[in-house]
Design a binder for this molecule. Structure first.
Ligand code: BGC
Length: 818
């Protein structure tokens, strides 16, 4: 408990006890195709599949106050007006509690003896958000009160909805049918879907026009209808359609009533209309009937809990560190699935209209969820591969609804294609499904083409090999993983995007980070081919690895660490010779992970330099010293004030690469220390500085050059989720999926004497106990599987389980990967 709330690990919830959190603290509803953003005050919005093209309710980003607009219930109790989630009225409550759980949020507010509990969730497989509502009279007297529900409909295409008022103010249409409010804008013409906002209980009035309900000059904290205590039964005609139900309750002492509101997306099909312009409501009515009893709602909620238990059951740990346990077992895996669903589209920092599914982002996200949802990982990999171009480059993002790549935020990021190798290999290691390599996937610019996925991977390797600069290192294009290191941009024009500007053709700017990533990818391909019993191809990949390694070791070592890049004039970036930006994190992480510096001590030296120059108690800074001035030849990275984002912020995503590198070099104490330095759960105790949700990773924590050192920003949709899960589950705890079984190779602090991991792998449960009697960091001494000693550190594949595995670490064998 730190003043705002606490974890409830048994319930797998974060409990918030004050609504005025340092920032709105977000959760997500929905796990399949229907999603809601839900803050601790009920703020946020709902959409089906695509937050840009199918947005069902409105949200005004960057509103004042922050986080206004959402799923609201207003209470008028003898003239006292309040919301159980505090907002928008912000009346002080006698009691407030918000429990963010896995796919649901439960908000309880009480005032004047009336307690209202709202449980928001989306049942598995359904396109409906349920608001289970319970109203209790906790007094000894009968109480009368009036409830008003409220949502503001979005006219589906979110960008149009927030920009094109000359049209949108004239197209809004609704119908009301019993307690069902049907939002049907554009249904008469090209849309075949509508939004239903219904109530499972009879209602005493409704409103569908915002002006009537709120008032033209009122705010959401003072709606006219709520103040008057009486709905107007308004029908929206253009302007701003909303949904609001009035419910009058008369509760005996101690009595309660439970019912639900449903917010649903319905695709109709034929017949579209019951009568001319009157929509066919059969499906809407059926849905309301389906959830008309509290039992039906509770059963759906239980089903949701089972879905999550099953998903998280793929990896559960009991280790000596409570933060690691909590993150691994609950929140980190949960966040990984949210990034799978939403990539970088919709959060409180991503507006749902900007970025779609990022190519590099989504490939990395797969690493964090493939163990939970392998079939969906398969589909995602094929969707991503289909946005690769025949020359090997990729659309940097695609729209989830259409799955078509778009070039709006730029292209020619010369790292993109390599991430496809990482996700594909992770998927095959997890599943053993080699058939995916033969799956036909076209190239985005070759309509009708159906090359195999393996062809795409080869194309990716070839692209990097064919696009190398004067030092034999990969060219960078518009940028590599670091979107803001724009070495070919030279932008003097404030109205252009750093990522799109500049000409990459003919440029010689090179990236050491891509070189490291290539080393890693080539080794992955080598192992894959070896497993496929294609030794020639494996050998070919080995040759590529060696050749790039040679370039890295001869051209990219700066003396104490690996350089970051060579700019367009072949000057080093990230060198002790530079005035600022002398050392960068990304190339240390990737070169070490790719196998550089193994035999010559440079891996350890590079990591030591990270420790000396970049590590802080709030995580590892991206580069130091921060750039104090704008550099034309470096681009956006130098546009940020010192200490934030890529200009010397703590970019949590890349921290995990160092955690993994520390594990690979046997540095268990440091790996845990670094892991905890960005771990949200461990940040609870400094929440006034940290400000963001203490249960999910943020993209960035302000670095020490910033006045707000330690402040986290851009939570939820970040590759940090996937990479920290990889680093803790495979690096520290050391349970690594591999083609022929699970490899066990932990790297832990010496004082960890014992821990357990339960891992579901290819449908079989492995119960793994790891003992560390000699107090080592790394090295499996011996291992028994179901009582039998096995050679080496691989658990063979079993058809059925559970399989009991006992591992003893010890000084005997310390294995570094080849
Ligand atoms: C992007 C990533 C990028 C990172 C670093 C994030 O905002 O989603 O694709 O690698 O920034 O620039």
């Amino acid at each position: 408990m730190h003043g705002y709330g606490h974890f409830d690990d048994t319930a797998r919830e974060y409990v918030i006890l004050r609504p005025d959190t340092p920032l709105p603290w977000l959760n997500y509803l929905g796990q399949d195709e229907f999603f809601g953003l839900c803050t601790n005050t009920g703020g946020g919005y709902t959409f089906w599949r695509d937050a840009k093209l199918r947005r069902l309710t409105r949200y005004r980003y960057n509103n004042v106050p922050m986080d206004l607009g959402g799923r609201y219930l207003y209470i008028n109790h003898n003239g006292s007006i309040w919301n159980p989630g505090w907002k928008p009225v912000q009346t002080t409550l006698d009691r407030y509690e918000c429990r963010h759980g896995l796919g649901y949020t439960r908000i309880t507010g009480a005032k004047g003896g009336i307690e209202v509990e709202l449980l928001f969730f989306v049942p598995p497989g359904e396109n409906v958000e349920i608001w289970k509502t319970t109203v209790r009279n906790t007094t000894g007297k009968p109480q009368r009160l009036t409830l008003f529900s409220f949502v503001e409909f979005c006219l589906y295409e979110a960008l149009n909805d927030m920009t094109n008022y000359q049209r949108t103010y004239s197209i809004g249409e609704v119908e009301v049918d019993g307690s069902g409010i049907y939002h049907k804008t554009e249904y008469r013409e090209r849309r075949d879907h509508y939004t239903l906002f219904g109530c499972t209980r009879p209602i005493d009035g409704y409103d569908t026009a915002r002006d009537a309900f709120v008032g033209v000059h009122n705010g959401l904290h003072e709606p006219q209808v709520v103040r008057a205590g009486q709905a107007r039964n308004s029908r929206a005609f253009g302007w701003n359609p909303i949904g609001s139900h009035q419910i009058n309750l008369h509760l005996a002492p101690g009595a309660s009533e439970t019912f639900a509101f449903l917010l649903a997306y319905i695709e109709q099909g034929e017949p579209k209309f019951d009568q001319p312009y009157v929509i066919n409501k059969t499906k809407g009515r059926q849905l309301l009937a389906k959830y008309s009893t509290p039992v039906a709602v509770d059963t759906a909620f239980e089903a949701l809990g089972k879905v999550w238990s099953n998903l998280l059951g793929a990896y559960q740990a009991e280790c000596p560190n409570e933060h690691a346990n909590r993150m691994v077992n609950i929140w980190n895996q949960y966040q990984c699935l949210v990034t799978f669903n939403l990539s970088r589209t919709a959060s409180l920092f991503e507006t749902g209209i900007g970025r779609g599914m990022g190519f590099r982002d989504s490939n990395q996200d797969i690493l964090g969820f493939v163990h939970m949802l392998p079939e969906r990982a398969r589909q995602r990999i094929l969707d991503l591969a289909a946005t690769q171009l025949a020359d090997g480059t990729c659309f940097h993002q695609y729209q989830p609804l259409t799955k078509k790549g778009n070039a709006e935020i730029g292209g020619d990021f010369y790292d993109d294609h390599l991430w496809l190798i990482l996700s594909t290999c992770a998927y095959i290691k997890e599943t053993g499904d080699r058939a995916i390599l033969d799956a036909p996937v076209g190239y985005a610019d070759k309509p009708g083409s159906r090359e195999s996925l393996l062809h795409h991977l080869e194309t990716s390797i070839a692209y990097t090999l064919n696009h190398r600069g004067p030092h034999g290192l990969p060219l960078i294009g518009h940028a590599d993983w670091n979107d803001c290191l724009n070495l070919n941009c030279f932008s003097k024009e404030p109205n252009e995007s750093f990522q799109c500007a500049g000409d990459v053709d003919g440029s010689v700017a090179e990236s050491v980070m891509i070189a490291g990533l290539f080393l890693y990818a080539a080794r992955e391909m080598e192992q894959l081919f070896a497993w496929l019993a294609r030794p020639d191809a494996a050998q070919r990949m080995h040759g590529h690895h060696q050749e790039m390694l040679h370039a890295v070791e001869t051209e990219a070592w700066d003396g104490q660490w690996y350089l970051r890049a060579f700019d367009a004039e072949s000057r080093p970036v990230g060198s002790a010779k530079c005035d600022e930006g002398k050392i960068f994190i990304e190339s240390q992480g990737w070169c070490v992970l790719g196998g550089a510096g193994r035999d010559n001590g440079r891996a350890l030296q590079a990591l030591q330099s990270v420790h000396e120059h970049l590590f802080t108690p709030n995580g590892i800074i991206l580069q130091q010293p921060a750039y104090s001035a704008y550099h034309l030849e470096l681009g956006e990275i130098t546009s940020y004030p010192p200490g934030v984002k890529e200009n010397a912020g703590i970019f949590c995503h890349n921290n995990a690469w160092i955690h993994l590198a520390l594990c690979q070099t046997g540095q268990g104490e440091r790996a845990l220390e670094y892991y905890l330095s960005i771990c949200p759960s461990a940040k609870e105790r400094q929440i006034e500085t940290y400000r963001s949700e203490p249960y999910v990773y943020a993209q960035m924590i302000a670095g020490r050059d910033a006045s707000c050192f330690g402040e986290a920003k851009n939570s939820w949709l970040t590759g940090t989720a996937a990479w920290t899960f990889v680093s803790v589950s495979q690096g520290l705890l050391g349970v690594q999926p591999d083609y022929e079984g699970l490899l066990i190779d932990p790297c832990i602090p010496k004082d960890w004497t014992e821990y357990k991991v339960t891992r579901r792998f290819r449908g079989v449960e492995y119960k793994i106990t790891i003992n560390n009697p000699d107090g080592v960091n790394r090295g499996v001494k011996c291992m028994t599987v179901d009582g039998k000693t096995v050679d080496g550190n691989r658990i063979p594949l079993f058809e059925t389980g559970p399989v009991e595995v006992e591992v003893e670490l010890g000084k005997a064998l310390v294995r570094l990967p080849a």
